[in-house]
Ligand binder design. Structure first.
Ligand code: SAT
Ligand code: MN
Length: 579
């Protein structure tokens, strides 16, 4: 229980609405986790995997109609519709409460209601924020235990500070017709019903750490972003930290823990986070970042010894797998693993070749960040890490160069605001359609994008030591549909150039959209890439960009009156330079 009266009253109120059989306050202890796992093995919520190859690893199969985020059922419920913006689905708060409370009525009958106090960020960090999730899903508890600092220390902080974000979750009847994910940023609260999957159900993640936190960050003067954080250490022992925003399922986890190619002797990448980044200005004028999460909820398919050896190394113990296939000897399996054969698919059916994928394309692993071989001790630093460069990137098979540097903060904000990417399986809906995904925050910004861009722009008035902003694209394809850039570990070459630009030691050519590497400033030693392909990857196609800028202008124009002058100005400047 708790000494915080607001929390106590809320738990009582929720219990009388949802009518659980029992209430369990989570402490986060090992014994508690073991008991939960035991119960879930009994109920079939978890399936034990091969204990020799994968000790303490479990498989969860979600309902086949519940396998990804559902953006069309996700609402931001501010009092004024314009505050949620054209980028969000909106409902008036009262109507939203009424609609969703009706679905919570009696929803936990016969079930245990878990109360999960959690902290997003290092437990003693001034940048961290706490929340409490109430859920009837033991699977959510097990995941929150890995993904957040959960249990007694978080409750102690809540009792000290008094403030916390309220998250109410029930799997309900898992029916897509009775599924909603509602956010009430003005009340610092979240209500989610009808889904047990990932970002819909682990409320600390996208719901709190992005949608609610972005809203909070705006009023408090910081940034809550959909970014990985990595440290790049040179052979001389100098470490630069980089934050990078890519849409879901575009390789953030791989980039966050990449292993540099052999020619990069003595270089090392340190992982601080793979998905979310909270940044605040330090007294020194630099942006300091923390990873609010404590684990990875990573995409399994495509993860192999070749693409991400660090990920593979952390997945052979103490991990939860969701919707992957299994081999005949009960090891987890997914497309692109590059070893063994599946015997059962993600729905537990016998695997038949040619009859669909064994692992769902949005199948996931949940694992503690501390198991990552590249784990950075700085992930626990209360003050965070100082960011030298911010990278934006999308999945674009044409036009967008491998990398370019923006000439100023305001230009970087425009480039972030104009980002576009092909959609992926991380959300339900069509895959492979190019859509605008500003700062990779389209599904996650808890308020009007126009105000969000203004908030970003405002940092230039507060500091002259802000990070440099870059844009990258690992996903260019040639006329035969083959990827032109090898990606994965070789992205190190682009990171080196980026850090080189931050230190004024790497060369660049100015173009209307920004600075691209000179032919010899990007290290392509030992890389099987011909000069023509490299030139194409770095080329700025004027006519193509003119058309792109026109589309960007139309998109930005849809934000109407609220669109910041600074954004219009930068858009005009690039358009003029291209004319
Ligand atoms: O399901 S999550 O929203 O947590 C994963 C993602 O889409 O990035
Ligand atoms: Mn994400």
């Amino acid at each position: 229980m708790t000494t915080n009266m607001a929390l106590k009253a809320w738990v009582e109120e929720v219990a009388s609405l949802t009518q659980p059989e029992t209430i369990h306050w989570c402490t986060g202890s090992d014994a508690e986790n073991q008991e939960l796992v035991r119960q879930m093995l009994g109920s079939g919520d978890l399936i034990a995997l091969n204990t020799e190859t994968h000790p303490n690893c479990y498989l969860h199969r979600s309902d086949p109609s519940d396998v990804a985020r559902v953006e069309h059922l996700t609402f931001v419920c501010t009092s004024a519709e314009a505050d949620a913006g054209p980028n969000n689905h909106w409902m008036p708060p009262q109507e939203a409460h009424a609609k969703i409370d009706a679905l919570f009525e009696g929803a936990m009958r016969g079930r245990t209601m878990y109360v999960i106090p959690y902290c997003m960020g290092p437990i003693d960090s001034p940048l961290a924020r706490c929340g409490v999730e109430i859920t009837d899903s033991p699977y959510v508890v097990a995941n929150m235990r890995i993904m957040t600092r959960m249990g007694s220390p978080a409750l102690a902080r809540i009792e000290r500070e008094g403030q916390f974000v309220k998250g109410l979750h029930s799997i309900g009847d898992l029916s897509p017709e009775r599924r909603y994910i509602m956010h009430f940023p003005e009340e610092l609260s979240i209500k989610s019903v009808g889904s047990g999957y990932g970002g819909n159900a682990l409320l600390g993640k996208k719901c709190h750490a992005l949608r609610i936190a972005s809203h909070q960050a705006r009023s408090e003067g910081w940034l809550a972003e959909h970014m990985l954080i990595l440290g790049l250490e040179s052979p001389q022992g100098e470490t630069h930290y980089v934050a990078a925003a890519f849409p879901s399922a575009c390789g953030k986890t791989n980039l966050a823990m990449l292993i540099p190619p052999e020619i990069y002797q003595g270089w090392k990448v340190w992982t601080v986070g793979d998905d979310i980044c909270w940044m605040n200005l330090g007294e020194d004028g630099r942006l300091w970042a923390i990873n609010p999460e404590a684990g990875f909820f990573g995409v399994a398919p495509g993860t192999s010894k070749k693409t991400n050896p660090n990920a593979l190394a952390m997945l052979d113990r103490d991990a939860i797998f969701t919707n992957v296939g299994v081999t005949a000897d009960n090891q987890p399996w997914w497309e692109g693993l590059g070893r063994d054969e599946p015997a059962k698919d993600w729905q537990g059916r016998d695997y038949v070749k040619g009859n669909g994928a064994a692992a769902h394309p949005n199948s996931r692993f949940t694992v503690s960040i501390k198991q990552c071989p590249a784990y950075s001790e700085q992930a626990e630093a209360p003050q965070g890490v100082p960011i030298s460069a911010i990278i934006f990137g999308g999945r674009r098979e044409s036009l967008v160069p491998l990398v370019f540097e923006t000439e100023s903060w305001a230009r970087g904000v425009l480039v972030g605001a104009s980002m576009a990417s092909e959609t992926t399986a991380a959300a339900t809906g069509q895959v492979g359609v190019v859509r605008r995904d500003p700062m990779a925050m389209k599904p996650f910004c808890g308020y009007n994008f126009a105000d969000y861009w203004q908030h970003w722009l405002s940092f230039a008035e507060k500091s002259d030591r802000l990070p440099k902003i870059f844009h990258v694209n690992w996903f260019r394809k040639d006329s035969e549909g083959r990827f032109m850039w090898p990606g994965f570990g070789d992205n190190m070459r682009v990171l080196e150039w980026i850090i080189g630009r931050c230190k004024s030691s790497a060369d660049a050519v100015a173009t209307p959209i920004g600075n691209v590497p000179t032919a010899d400033s990007l290290n392509v030693d030992n890389l099987d890439i011909d000069a023509g392909t490299l030139a194409e990857l770095l080329r700025v196609d004027r006519a193509g960009w003119q058309a792109e800028l026109e589309q960007i202008g139309e998109y930005l124009g849809s934000y109407g009156e609220r669109l910041p002058e600074g954004i219009k100005q930068e858009h005009r400047r690039i358009s003029d330079a291209l004319a």
